[in-house]
Design a protein around this ligand. Structure first.
Ligand SMILES: [Zn+2]
Length: 570
């Protein structure tokens, strides 16, 4: 039983082998299989990765030859009596357009006079003798074959000019034998023997026969160019067939100055290409960066990614009056830093703090909700999904209090561009303070009140612009005395000029959950205290001459007041 079983196995194996061999005699379906002698090529197992070039030859046979002459030569086991390998090509294309395959594509034909190129190419001979020229049938058959090879082995459908690189791995494409470098002197073409074929080859006509359907271009078939750029300007390659109508041929890139290279695919049709310079896109790029201050930035991490935004930047186009809303992805695994989103709102004025942001610029105007409901009064509302709106100026800081709510409800806040700013659920019951909304751009903000779990909710709402007090300028020795309303983050601001080396002292500490923050004119926090029983004097060392801002902030929800003298010494 055992013997019979293994015998059947062997028989099956032989059958499979025969089938395998018969099915793969030729690679190109349109070819006649007429194998070269094994003395004249190298057996290998090449794949698309190792086939980078297609080399075009003409046979240059003796006068009176026909298409059998080269084929018989490649089949001759005794081309060289001294034992050195003979020559061969993968394909021979006859003058009548018939295609003969003589060496499998996976194997290495000896055609280029440069073994490194042989290893990475497919060689195609074209029958030529006497004074004969190429024929249209031959060209058409060649174009069909090359189109198939290009698609099959992902060889770029491009025709590099001049002698190819000494290293065949450095480039790829379709070339003539005369473009194969001499392996001993790469400045010379035609391989080791300086061949000058293909002879009488009409390259422009040949190239022109490659049109879309039989010549597949893949993403690899790209041209790379390098252009000198200006920082922040955008560059894009456009193509045209008539020099009048230009179509984008590449992605648009924002340059960082210096030479930038970018690639674009080519088509088979005759076309012109040009790179165009376009104005900077300030939404995607900070141009001429000089300084970044991260003190005001928000950083948050997740996995390998950290995002960063809200930093202060100083650049050709932005000052500290501009506010950057950006998301940069820092991938600590890949050690990369990529811009994910960038938005810059201009003329905001310096700000201080992170969440919420306090505006150092004044906006003392009152806010009108739904155009008529005044600030700081109780507005009874019954909502099944009501949206109210408020027009805000840059620097307004919208604060809202729910004095009572019959059920929980969701608050969805969007800015004038429709971007969601906040989305949270407010609890039922008595007094509830909501995080303030900073207006970084002017326009209409909307607040949607959605019942959460109930069909409708009855509310009593109050609201306020927290930035409704003008900045008070004080001098050394002055007394600051301020009451704040029962709004979360209600604040007052004072400005004092100080010189480098001076010390700014506060005689009194703020109360429980009240904060005193000192910012410099860039909005960077240089000192901060949250009160609550400490009698330690507040002291700030002044490092740079300029204006400093003192913010007194209420974080209690109840009204508060603070009084202190401020002194600069010496
Ligand atoms: Zn040749």
């Amino acid at each position: 039983m055992r013997t019979e079983s293994s015998g059947r196995c062997v028989l099956n194996f032989i059958l499979v082998l025969l089938f395998h061999s018969a099915a793969h005699a030729q690679d190109y379906p349109g070819a006649i299989w007429n194998p070269a002698n094994t003395n004249n090529y190298g057996v290998a197992s090449r794949t698309a990765t190792s086939i980078r070039w297609i080399v075009i030859h003409t046979t240059e046979d003796a006068p009176g030859s026909d298409c059998s002459v080269s084929q018989n030569w490649f089949k001759n086991p005794d081309q060289n009596t001294n034992g050195t390998p003979g020559t061969s090509a993968h394909y021979v294309i006859c003058r009548d357009g018939s295609v003969v395959q003589m060496v499998r594509d996976k194997d290495i034909a000896f055609h280029a006079g440069n073994f490194a190129y042989n290893q990475q190419s497919i060689g195609i001979e074209h029958e030529r003798h006497d004074a004969s020229n190429w024929t249209e049938a031959q060209f058409n058959a060649s174009v069909q074959l090359v189109g198939w090879l290009v698609a099959h082995y992902s060889v770029p459908g491009i025709f590099p000019s001049g002698i190819a690189s000494a290293d065949p791995s450095a480039a790829s494409g379709i070339i003539g034998h005369d473009q194969v470098p001499n392996p001993t002197n790469s400045a010379l073409g035609g391989g080791l023997h300086g061949k000058s074929d293909p002879v009488n080859w009409d390259w422009p006509h040949y190239r022109g026969l490659f049109t879309g359907s039989n010549f597949l271009l893949t993403a690899q078939h790209a041209v790379q160019v390098s252009v000198p750029t200006r920082d922040g300007y955008q560059y894009q390659v456009f193509s045209s067939t008539d020099l009048t109508n230009w179509q984008p041929a590449s992605a648009r890139i924002t340059a960082c100055g210096g030479n930038e290279s970018f690639s674009f695919p080519t088509t088979n049709a005759k076309a012109f290409y040009r790179a165009q310079e376009l104005p900077p896109d300030l939404r995607t790029h900070i141009v001429g960066l000089t300084n970044v201050f991260l003190d005001t930035a928000r950083l948050s991490g997740s996995g390998n990614q950290m995002t960063i935004g809200g930093m202060r930047v100083q650049s050709r186009d932005y000052t500290f009056d501009d506010f950057v809303i950006a998301t940069y992805g820092l991938d600590f695994c890949r050690q990369s830093f990529l811009l994910q989103q960038l938005e810059i709102v201009t003329n905001v004025g310096a700000t201080c703090g992170i969440d919420p942001v306090f505006f150092l610029r004044d906006t003392t105007n009152s806010l009108l909700v739904n155009s008529s409901e005044a600030e700081n009064t109780i507005h009874p509302i019954n909502t099944t999904g009501l949206t109210f709106t408020v027009v805000m100026q840059v620097g307004n800081m919208f604060s809202m209090i729910t004095d009572s709510a019959s059920a929980p409800y969701r608050i969805v806040i969007t800015d004038p561009t429709g971007r969601a700013l906040n989305n949270y659920i407010s609890p039922p019951g008595g007094l509830s303070f909501h995080p303030p909304v900073n207006a970084f751009r002017p326009g209409q903000y909307s607040f949607r009140l959605e019942p959460f779990g109930a069909a409708s909710v009855s509310l009593n709402l109050r609201f306020r612009n927290l930035n409704h007090r003008p900045t008070v300028t004080v001098n050394s020795g002055a007394t600051i005395s301020q009451s704040l309303e029962a709004y979360w983050f209600d604040y007052a601001k004072f400005r004092i000029s100080a010189s480098a080396g001076q010390t700014l002292r506060f005689a009194s500490t703020p109360g429980l959950n009240e904060t005193v923050t000192v910012c410099n004119s860039l909005g960077l926090v240089v000192g901060e205290w949250t009160g609550g029983g400490s009698t330690t004097p507040l002291i700030v060392s002044i490092e740079g001459t300029g204006d400093y801002f003192i913010l007194y902030v209420n974080k209690t929800g109840a009204s508060s007041s603070y009084s202190t003298t401020v002194t600069l010494t010496p």
